[in-house]
Ligand binder design. Structure first.
Ligand code: SAH
Length: 350
């Protein structure tokens, strides 16, 4: 069966027209789905009964089933969603001021195996389909409806490497930005990558979304160890691809930098990072290590984090610390999939 969620409303018009229906029926179905959050064709009252039956036989409106919603003390919610083939994926809904940001997964597992990340342990099961990415946003919107809230931002920072599933990620983004679907501005969508250099240009050509690059180290020797992908695409090639990425004049790309105690958190590291950021006109997003069972990496002390930040500020580099959200429900960066990867909450002492 075809999935409605994999098609933009414009594509649905064309699909319906090609099937011999008036094109506007496609727009009506999209309106039911995205504006009314109605997934049952039977309830789409302004469609002829025959068409509803026909659509029900040909099209699916659900790519994922909601398995559980875990709420953290800080209001962060982790949605556990099941695919048709029985896999579990996770999305994280993060309230922050007036923002409602959804962190979506792009793959089941991940092939990159960054040394400090729990998801990498699972390896890659498969790419998510476009409809499975879109449905994460629809499930989150359904959850927000209960409190009269709306999704405002989407970040591709969940499980997986979005640039290794670029075609489906781009198609999902087309639906997220479509005025008759989620109507999110591309500026409110961020794709985060560990640095799949050849795919960066492709993303830039396809859609002007915001870019975040998981840097984590300023020298190849250390980055080779933390982000094994660096052995194929070393820092210099990554910075070159960043420089070529289309960014609006007043915008900045961001470098994510996981702060790992005694690994990359010295003041000398901070100075080198500041130099790279100035050169690339990037801002820095520091992510103090979210510890997880079986990982040798530790979070630096607050004093150490502050000292690192002070060096960046001194150099005139914009930097923020991503205070861990939802780590009590294993929803923090690099913790997704940690529990399904064979560890348990008890082992984490939580
Ligand atoms: N594969 C993409 C998308 C993942 S985004 C990428 O690498 O950018 C998730 C971010 O959290 C990445 O910057 C990742 O390196 C970081 N991260 C992973 N594990 C972490 C951990 N245990 N603590 C802090 N940050 C982590």
């Amino acid at each position: 069966m075809k999935s409605l969620l994999a098609r933009t409303p414009d594509e649905l018009r064309a699909d319906f027209a090609a099937a011999g229906h008036p094109g506007f029926r496609g727009a009506q179905v999209a309106h039911w789905l995205y504006a009314r959050r109605e997934r049952e064709f039977a309830a789409m009252a302004n469609l002829p009964a025959r068409l509803r039956a026909e659509l029900g036989a040909a099209w699916q409106t659900r790519a994922l089933e909601r398995v559980a919603v875990h709420e953290a003390a800080d209001g962060t919610k982790k949605l556990v969603l099941a695919t048709h083939d029985g896999a579990r994926i996770e999305s994280v809904l993060i309230p922050e001021g007036r923002r409602r940001t959804l962190c979506v997964s792009s793959q089941i597992g991940c092939s990159l195996d960054c040394s400090f990340c729990a998801t990498g342990r699972m390896g890659l099961a498969r790419n998510l389909r476009a409809e499975e990415i879109v449905d994460q946003a629809l499930h989150a919107s359904e959850l927000l409806d209960a409190s009269g809230e709306r999704l405002t931002h989407v970040v591709f920072m969940g499980m997986g490497e979005p640039l290794l599933n670029l075609q489906n990620v781009v198609q999902a983004i087309r639906v997220l930005v479509h005025a008759e679907a989620f109507a999110l501005s591309p500026k409110r969508i961020t794709v985060s990558t560990a640095g799949v250099v050849p795919k960066l240009a492709e993303l830039g050509r396809a859609l002007p979304v915001r870019l975040a690059v998981s840097l984590h180290a300023t020298r190849d020797a250390l980055r080779d160890e933390l982000v094994p992908l660096n052995r194929r695409f070393p820092i210099a090639s990554l910075l070159e691809a960043c420089a070529a990425y289309p960014i609006a004049k007043r915008d900045r790309l961001s470098f994510e930098y996981a702060l790992l105690a005694d690994v990359n958190d010295s003041e000398a590291d901070a100075r080198e990072l500041a130099a790279l950021a100035l050169e690339a006109r990037a801002k820095i997003n520091l992510i103090p290590m979210n510890e997880h069972p079986g990982s040798p990496y530790r979070r630096p002390s607050e004093a150490r984090i502050e000292a690192f930040l002070a060096v960046l500020a001194e150099a005139g580099v914009g930097a923020t610390v991503r205070r861990s959200r939802g780590d009590d429900i294993f929803a923090a960066c690099g913790q997704l999939g940690a529990l399904s990867a064979g560890t348990s909450a008890d082992a984490a002492g939580r």
